[in-house]
Design a protein around this ligand. Structure first.
Ligand code: 5GP
Ligand code: ZN
Length: 152
């Protein structure tokens, strides 16, 4: 079994609240969301850094990330805005060494809340099952709003 947790999610060895997948990428809910709707887009092939990916895969990640953002907007999850973010390298706060694009919904004036949750989000290990139900519901909501351009 691979050591990489995101490869394990791709291989279905670890559970995740999946929004979307195709041959090249997988989209699922972040298990420690900074905001409700915090989503990750990852390539199915392993690579720690953006430059390690094929151009085709990198381009596809951002096409899918944009579609997910659009879905979040029409679902009312990211109606004010969102951060699309790649932490590329340990010094840049990358904890999982498998490329991932964060899609972080934002609300006007939420910076204090975002900073607080960023610092405390991993303390909440309790209520894991309840949390999974919530994340599954959000994943379903986003999936249902995905534009037809990426849905086959
Ligand atoms: P990084 O800090 O590497 O940019 O972001 C890694 C993200 O992956 C974090 O936001 C963290 O909450 C999320 N994460 C870590 N382990 C898991 C996991 O097992 N499942 C899911 N769904 N997300 C994870
Ligand atoms: Zn991996």
């Amino acid at each position: 079994m691979t050591q990489c947790i995101f490869c394990q999610i791709v291989n279905k060895e670890l559970p995740a609240s999946v929004v979307y997948e195709d041959d090249l990428c997988l989209v699922f809910m972040d298990i420690f969301p900074i905001k409700p709707g915090h989503t990750l887009v990852i390539p199915k092939s392993h690579g720690a850094f953006l430059h390690e990916l094929d151009d085709k895969v990198r381009e596809h990640l951002f096409i899918v990330a944009t579609a997910v953002l659009q879905a979040q907007r029409s679902a009312g999850i990211a109606k004010d805005g969102a951060n699309l973010l790649v932490n590329d390298g340990k010094a840049a706060n990358q904890h999982v060494p498998h490329v991932h694009v964060h899609i972080l919904p934002r609300d006007q004036g939420d910076i204090g809340k975002v900073a607080w949750t960023f610092l405390t989000r991993m303390l909440n290990f309790f209520g894991k099952d309840k949390k999974k139900v919530k994340l599954d519901a959000l994943a379903k909501d986003i999936r249902q709003h995905l534009p037809s351009t990426i849905m086959k």
